[in-house]
Write a protein that binds this ligand. Structure first.
Ligand SMILES: NC(=O)c1ccc[n+]([C@@H]2O[C@H](COP(=O)([O-])OP(=O)(O)OC[C@H]3O[C@@H](n4cnc5c(N)ncnc54)[C@H](O)[C@@H]3O)[C@@H](O)[C@H]2O)c1
Length: 261
């Protein structure tokens, strides 16, 4: 049954998809805790500042929270234009620390939705490399791992691949121990303030190609309903999934020759 008022934590609520996610739940009458590194005017019930690169800041935030939450939406992210270690700290490690710290605070039947990216495409072929990153549970170990990697491989893709693989490996234990579902949503290019950084780090031509094939870039209104569905009781038997929200762009690249119509 859907609780009358849900308690929702949105991490990265200051801008873009996170702000729209917070606004969605706020508009539905839910209690929203909006977390970000910067002050913001996002519609929410409660605000917290937290630098997700900082494990102590995450622990401090979690220590101040009572149990009984319905959803952790981890939407925060840094693009590949940011320093590599910051990208891994926010997109992978901070997500992991927030998730593991929030699991005991979620009610049974609650869920975690993490925003990854279609830039994680090919993660299944990188599991061996990602195993080492998933063994890293503090910033120093993450930094050591990254120092040994090929610097030409895009760290943003690595961070999102690690997020997807981590959530998949968390699926069974989160269900068995806490009765909590965990899923990722992987948007394609989406009109938010981060998009120019993606054009810089991934190449504007590439993103323009995606826009031509799809007809347009996504907006937050394409992404937020998918997050909301995964958080809803209607998705009560859906866990461990990565949902690409990209008008089929990645599928059309990976499924082989298209059916002629
Ligand atoms: N916009 C796109 O094209 C696109 C595509 C695929 C995936 N994504 C992912 O969607 C998520 C949301 O991105 P967006 O498009 O809304 O971008 P955005 O830049 O508008 O929002 C990102 C938010 O994360 C916050 N953040 C960054 N570093 C932080 C830190 N150290 N501590 C706390 N908060 C921090 C920012 O302050 C900002 O509010 C990200 O994970 C991004 O990687 C975006």
């Amino acid at each position: 049954m859907r609780p009358a008022q849900r308690k929702v934590i949105v991490v990265g609520a200051g801008s873009g998809i996170g702000a729209a996610t917070a606004a969605h739940f706020h508009d539905h009458g839910d209690h929203v805790l909006a977390v970000d590194i910067r002050d913001n005017a996002t519609p929410a019930s409660q605000f917290a500042r937290c630098d997700l690169r900082d494990a102590a800041a995450i622990a401090g935030l979690l220590a101040g929270l009572d149990p009984g939450w319905d959803l952790l939406a981890y939407v925060a992210g840094l693009p590949g234009t940011a320093p590599a270690n910051d990208v891994l700290r926010v997109n992978y490690l901070g997500m992991r620390l927030m998730t593991e710290g929030t699991l005991p605070l979620l009610r049974r039947g609650g869920s975690v939705v993490t925003v990854a990216s279609v830039a994680a495409v090919g993660w299944e072929q990188r599991i061996e490399a990602l195993n080492g990153l998933l063994e890293a549970t503090d910033a120093e170990a993450v930094e050591r791992w990254q120092a040994a990697q090929d610097p030409s491989y895009p760290v943003y893709s690595t961070s999102k691949q690690a997020a997807i693989l981590y959530v998949k490996r968390l699926t069974g234990p989160a269900w068995a121990k806490y009765g909590v579902r965990v899923n990722t949503v992987s948007p394609g290019p989406t009109e938010t303030p981060i998009l120019p950084d993606f054009e810089q780090s991934m190449g504007k031509d590439m993103l323009d190609t995606v826009r031509t094939v799809a007809g347009r870039h996504a907006t937050v209104d394409d992404i937020v309903p998918v997050i909301a569905f995964l958080a809803s009781p209607e998705a009560g038997w859906v866990t461990g999934q990565d949902i690409q929200v990209d008008a089929g762009f990645i599928t059309s690249l990976t499924a082989g020759a298209p059916i002629e119509l």
